[in-house]
Structure formats: structure tokens, C-alpha cells
Unconditional design. Structure first.
Length: 308
């Protein structure tokens, strides 16, 4: 029995050494890798798919949050100054975060504003008419431009393998092209008279432009969820919905649908209210954990809602 104990001790020592050898890279990998800080969780998911293991991606916006109004802690704000790259949406979306982004820019932090990489569309109506619409992610074709911009910006970071980055980016472009084809096919089945969208606020301009929808209106008149509709706004939109004859109007998952329910009641029409994932990804298991999952869920709900 005593002869076996030294062998057991040696075996345990070897196993412990092996485990320590396996865990050591994990303990230092995040410290060694470049750090990319992303404002919104939609962009955070996309950036993560593009860079893979080439960088640590930190997303500031929580699941189910409102990108117009979410705020960050002092500790999170400090991450911006230390980042190898900051990726933001831009075009006025991150209203509660802009001061921190401006401060980081003044300090010389490298930044990529995704909205600067796309052909921005103006809001077509409402209080924000004529100003740039920041909701470009509702068009997967426009997101291809974002992939190009992220790949270029990330390739300039020291320590990033450009070849591996290019491989990840090419794979994600293929995913976006497949998504675009799926959405085109699904929306083609919607009758032309029903190809109209009403939501809490103006968010589907890019989707409408790409897939031939009409944006009838929004319960919140401006481009931001921080605005509030007046009685006249609701009445005007009610009249437009009645005239358009849409079978379904849509509420955003990041906000209560009370306004849309009130609108349905005010219009005095038989209209369904369907929830969409529009400005935020969800927590795991809630239906929109990734950008691709979010877009597929919305496509199915819009198609079903407007073909009733």
C-alpha cells in the first residue's frame, strides 16, 4: 500500500500541472487580446461575429434596453478610454451615451461610427422628417456596409490577424446575404394592399425601402422613443390606419405596447397588435438573442400579421 502512494502523488501532481497548463492561457487571454467596446447589443453581436477570437468584444447596452435612453456606469465609461476601438451606431441613436463618446473622442480613442459607413436614409415623416434615420440594421443589405467598415477598422488594431478577420467577415457576409434572400421571399407573399407598417415609433424605414413597404406612421411622432404623441398625433395616425386598412400594427419589444393598444382603440377598427424585436436583442431564450435571430423572428411576424 505504501508503494502505491508515491505513484498516486506523482499522478496527482502531473494532473494538476496539466490542468494548470490548460487554464493559464484562459486566465491571460482577455488581457492579451485587443479590446473593442461596442455601444448597442445589436452591433455588439455583429462585431463579435466578425472579429471572433481576434479581440475581446465588450457590449455596453443590456438585453431588452432602449438604445435611445440607456446609460452606463462610471466604470463602463472608463472602458471607452482604454479601448483599442470603440464601435457606435451614430446618427443620433445613443442619446443617453453621446457625452461619453464625445469625451472618448476628445481623448483620442479610436472610433468607428457605423452610421458613417452606410448610405443613411432620412425619416420620411413626423417631427424628425428629413433628419438621418439611425435604424439601418432593419435592412441586412445595409449591414453589409457595416461589416466592411468593422473589418477595416479592426484590421488596423495591433495584434489582430487580418487573414482570420477576413475569413470571419466573409462568413458573416454570406449569412447576411442568405437572410436577405429569405426576407425577400417571405415578404413577396404579402398582398400589395397590406404592405404597410405602423409601429411605436419610426424604425422600419430601411426595411420598407428595401422590401417595398409603406410606412403608414408611428404612435410616437419623432425618431426617438423619448418623444410623446399628442392627441392630434394619435387622431391623425388613426385616420391613416383606417384609410390604409392594415390588419396588424406592431409594438416594439423594448417598450410597453400601451400606445399601440390605445391607437387601435382610437381608430375604432379591428386591428391586431403584434410585438416585434426592433431596437434591442433579448436575453437568451427570449426569441432574439442574435441579430440574425431577431431579423428572422420579425420577418415571420410581419409576414403572418400582414397576410391575415
Amino acid at each position: 500500500m505504501s508503494a502505491r502512494r508515491p505513484m498516486l502523488i506523482v499522478a496527482l501532481a502531473v494532473a494538476s500541472f496539466a490542468l494548470a497548463g490548460c487554464s493559464a492561457p484562459d486566465q491571460t487571454s482577455d488581457a492579451d487580446r485587443p479590446q473593442i467596446v461596442v455601444t448597442t447589443n445589436i452591433l455588439g453581436d455583429v462585431v463579435g461575429e466578425i472579429v471572433g477570437d481576434e479581440a475581446e468584444v465588450i457590449t455596453l447596452m443590456r438585453a431588452n434596453a432602449d438604445p435611445h435612453s440607456f446609460e452606463i456606469s462610471a466604470q463602463e465609461a472608463a472602458l471607452l478610454g482604454d479601448a483599442d476601438l470603440i464601435v457606435s451606431n451614430g446618427l443620433g441613436l445613443e442619446e443617453g451615451l453621446q457625452q461619453h463618446l464625445d469625451r472618448a473622442a476628445d481623448a483620442g480613442a479610436p472610433q468607428l461610427v457605423a452610421g458613417d459607413a452606410v448610405e443613411a436614409l432620412p425619416y420620411a415623416s413626423g417631427d424628425a422628417a428629413g433628419t438621418p434615420d439611425p435604424h439601418f440594421w432593419t435592412d441586412p443589405g445595409t449591414m453589409l456596409d457595416v461589416v466592411d467598415a468593422v473589418e477595416q477598422a479592426a484590421s488596423d488594431i495591433d495584434g489582430v490577424d487580418a487573414a482570420r478577420l477576413a475569413e470571419h467577415a466573409a462568413g458573416y457576409r454570406s449569412e447576411l446575404e442568405t437572410l436577405d434572400a429569405e426576407m425577400t421571399e417571405a415578404f413577396a407573399a404579402i398582398p400589395q394592399g397590406h404592405r404597410a407598417l405602423v409601429t411605436n415609433h419610426h424604425v422600419f424605414g430601411y426595411l420598407a425601402d428595401r422590401y417595398d413597404f409603406r410606412v403608414v406612421g408611428a404612435a410616437i411622432p419623432g425618431g426617438t422613443t423619448l418623444a410623446a404623441p399628442s392627441a392630434a398625433d394619435l387622431q391623425e395616425l388613426s385616420d391613416a390606419i383606417t384609410e390604409a386598412g392594415v390588419p396588424t400594427i406592431f409594438a416594439e419589444s423594448s417598450q410597453p405596447d400601451r400606445l399601440v393598444q390605445v391607437l387601435a382603440s382610437e381608430a375604432d377598427i379591428d386591428v391586431n397588435v403584434e410585438e416585434l424585436f426592433t431596437e434591442s436583442l433579448t436575453a437568451p431564450g427570449e426569441g432574439a438573442e442574435t441579430y440574425l435571430e431577431m431579423m428572422r423572428a420579425n420577418t415571420a411576424r410581419i409576414s403572418e400579421g400582414l397576410t391575415k
